[in-house]
Design a binder for this molecule. Structure first.
Ligand SMILES: [Cu+2]
Length: 187
């Protein structure tokens, strides 16, 4: 008789908004650019390896393993462990298995290969990355690549093979249709 059913919806909506904000905020804050209009290229950081403070425990991973960027953005990989790693994009048709085991004498493994802008199909390599200078290899503390074209690009560590890989997901810069809501906040 005195039907007044509206109060149910509002608190729920508010809870949903708060949840969304909680999910979106860390992503939004992880970028390097302060103002995000989606127009100026950004540089994103990926940590290469991780370790306990005494270096006894080594994490064989790229952090984050998946990164979502816009075409024209750059990614900088930073050496984050004493353990040696590489950031390596294989050539089209090349398998990680065919690169194993790691060859510590081959320039293809231990030296920088490819340019500074990723073309989507050639071989790119950082050289041997470590955050200590006595790794036995030329010291590479960071490695940066620009990604001008959209696509999903998987890369590996040549030292640890298939067990250590990551993917750079590059979205086309201009998008006017069907952009998932969760994606619009990150770029
Ligand atoms: Cu590795």
């Amino acid at each position: 008789m005195t039907a007044h059913p509206k109060p149910l919806l509002l608190p729920r909506l508010r809870a949903l908004m708060i949840l969304l904000l909680a999910l979106v905020l860390p992503v939004a804050l992880s970028g390097t650019a302060a103002a995000d209009t989606g127009k100026s290229p950004r540089t994103w950081t990926v940590q290469v390896g991780s370790e306990s403070s005494d270096q006894a425990i080594q994490g064989m991973s790229f952090l984050p393993k998946n990164i979502y960027i816009n075409a024209g953005d750059k990614v900088t990989w930073e050496a984050n462990a004493a353990e040696i790693h590489t950031v390596t994009f294989l050539a089209a048709g090349q398998t990680i298995e065919s690169t194993q085991p790691f060859d510590p004498f081959s320039p293809l493994y231990i030296s920088a290969q490819g340019g500074t802008s990723y073309d989507g199909h050639s071989y790119y390599n950082s050289g041997v990355m470590s955050n200590v200078s006595n790794s036995g290899f030329a010291e590479v503390g960071s490695y940066t690549l620009k990604f001008p074209d959209a696509g999903d690009f998987t890369y590996y560590c040549l030292v640890h093979g298939a067990a250590m890989k990551g993917t750079v997901h590059v979205r086309a810069r201009v998008r006017t249709t069907h952009t998932p809501r969760s994606n619009t906040t990150t770029g």
